[in-house]
Design a protein around this ligand. Structure first.
Ligand SMILES: Nc1ncnc2c1ncn2[C@@H]1O[C@H](COP(=O)(O)OP(=O)(O)O)[C@@H](O)[C@H]1O
Ligand SMILES: [Mg+2]
Length: 198
């Protein structure tokens, strides 16, 4: 049984090869997939809630992968592993490791030197993460939860609100979010910072 998915603006299409690695064979629609993925994300949030994780632990490739694995590991075989195909967004598949290392090193520097306030460090990290696009799918949700982990588990602050509405479905919140990301693409982080605390 195949899975046919329709895509909204700003979503990264999943390749046929990647679709074949779906672990739950009964999923056949986008809404069933969304639901299962949401359950996985809730497991990951519960896991994060239970611990205080040192910032330097989160600034490692292994943590970045572990978070994705905890979110999507029950649904996709490739969860927690870097993508092996190029996408319409993101760096070349061979550059994911180096680019991520650059981002994590920059984050360490920002933290050690207090270059930006905590919110801005987490939001810049999230945006750079989704620009790298390390995984085949789930990069948007992973990048947002990564920012939440940095701010909550690392800095001891409140989780972000991310517009206060679901960003999975098309609508005003998602449009604002995509607009804020595009401003961040051009180094204006203010809209994304505001959106994340709306
Ligand atoms: N112009 C852009 N700049 C930065 N990030 C973007 C841009 N357009 C889309 N994105 C991000 O890419 C995500 C889509 O990637 P995808 O891997 O499908 O994540 P998810 O499955 O969690 O939605 C969007 O949710 C958004 O976070
Ligand atoms: Mg997607």
């Amino acid at each position: 049984m195949g899975l046919t998915l329709d895509y909204q603006e700003g979503q990264t299409p999943i390749d046929d090869d990647e679709k074949n690695e779906l672990l739950i064979r009964t999923i056949s629609t986008r809404s069933e997939l969304d639901e299962f993925e949401q359950l996985g994300i809730e497991d990951a949030v519960a896991w994060l809630n239970k611990r205080r994780i040192p910032l330097h632990t989160m600034l490692t490739e292994s943590f970045v992968k572990e978070l994705h694995e905890r979110m999507f590991g029950k649904i996709w075989k490739w969860a927690g592993t870097f993508r092996t195909s190029n996408k319409n967004i993101g760096v070349d598949k061979y550059l994911i490791g180096v680019e991520l290392k650059g981002l994590l090193d920059d984050c360490c520097y920002w933290i050690d030197n207090k270059t930006f306030p905590p919110d801005e460090i987490a939001i810049r990290a999230s945006h750079r993460m989704v620009l790298i696009h390390p995984f085949a799918n789930g990069n948007g949700r992973h990048s947002r939860l990564y920012a939440d982990a940095l701010i909550h588990n690392g800095f001891g602050g409140n989780y972000f609100t991310w517009g206060g509405k679901s960003l999975i479905k098309e609508g005003e919140a998602r449009s604002r979010y995509l607009h804020a990301l595009r401003c961040a693409d051009m180094t204006d982080y203010k809209p994304l910072l505001a959106f994340a605390r709306l």
